[in-house]
Write a protein that binds this ligand. Structure first.
Ligand code: DX5
Ligand code: ZN
Length: 234
């Protein structure tokens, strides 16, 4: 499992140290939430901040665009130093064109689906994607409650992608993710877990990252645990 901490919950007054601490903790991805006050009821930051952060670290920049008509800003986010650009299926009338524009910049291509959006769009676009982002809250804010139906959606998404010959497309889950629901998400097919409030509020980051990783290991039933112990005796 890849953990992608969401910068939205970091200490904005000291972002340089936050980045250093993440890298020291062995974190590889950073989730950057771009909100425009129109697609979602909140405003965050844009390409200039990403450009500054890019100079400070080598983290993989997982950029989540919660903006209307993202096609207008693909060049700016690419030039700022994004590695993966994720657009929302609900934000763009010409998705295929915008996904191709991301690929033309040699960036990884992602498509996000709001909780109420059906997986059906993937039938026609999966071949253009590197990643599908399943939103497990309605986007706009960190610290919201995880929507349990997301687990089944991840499972169906994995099945659909595999059936379309797109086993290489990875699934990311974003919103209300914590060690308590990480295991069922990974078991359902999630490859990347975004975490904001359940990550940054629990330093040190290396320990917290370990908590997430351990939580994702398959749980052994008491019967299986006994079988393992018994097998060592005989
Ligand atoms: C929500 C954002 C998320 C958010 C996650 O709209 O896309 O990335 O920062 O924060 P938590 O993990 O606190 O829900
Ligand atoms: Zn996000």
């Amino acid at each position: 499992m890849i953990l992608s901490p969401s910068l939205l919950s970091a200490n904005f007054a000291d972002l340089g140290s936050e980045l250093q601490n993440l890298e020291k903790a062995g974190i590889n991805w950073l989730h950057l939430d771009i909100m425009d006050g129109a697609f979602v009821p909140n405003i965050t930051f844009g390409p200039p901040l990403i450009k500054s952060l890019r100079k400070e670290c080598g983290l993989f920049f997982d950029v989540h665009l919660m903006i209307e008509e993202p096609a207008r800003y693909i060049d700016a986010f690419a030039e700022a130093g994004s590695d993966l650009l994720v657009i929302h299926a609900e934000s763009d009338r010409h998705l295929e064109r915008t996904l191709s524009a991301i690929a033309a910049h040699k960036l990884k291509v992602g498509l996000a689906l709001n909780p109420g959006t059906d997986l059906g769009v993937l039938r026609w676009l999966a071949g253009d994607l590197d990643l599908v982002l399943i939103m497990s809250v309605n986007p706009g804010f960190s610290g919201q409650k995880f929507l349990p139906a997301s687990v089944e959606k991840v499972r169906s998404c994995r099945k659909l992608l595999d059936s379309l010959g797109c086993s290489h497309v990875v699934i990311e889950v974003d919103g209300g993710v914590c060690p308590e629901n990480a295991q069922e998400l990974v078991a359902a097919g999630a490859d990347v877990l975004v975490s904001g409030s359940a990550f940054f509020a629990y330093p040190p980051y290396a320990t917290r990252s370990q908590v997430f990783q351990s939580a994702c290991k398959p749980r052994t039933s008491p019967a299986d645990a006994w079988k393992t112990r018994y097998s060592r005796l005989v």
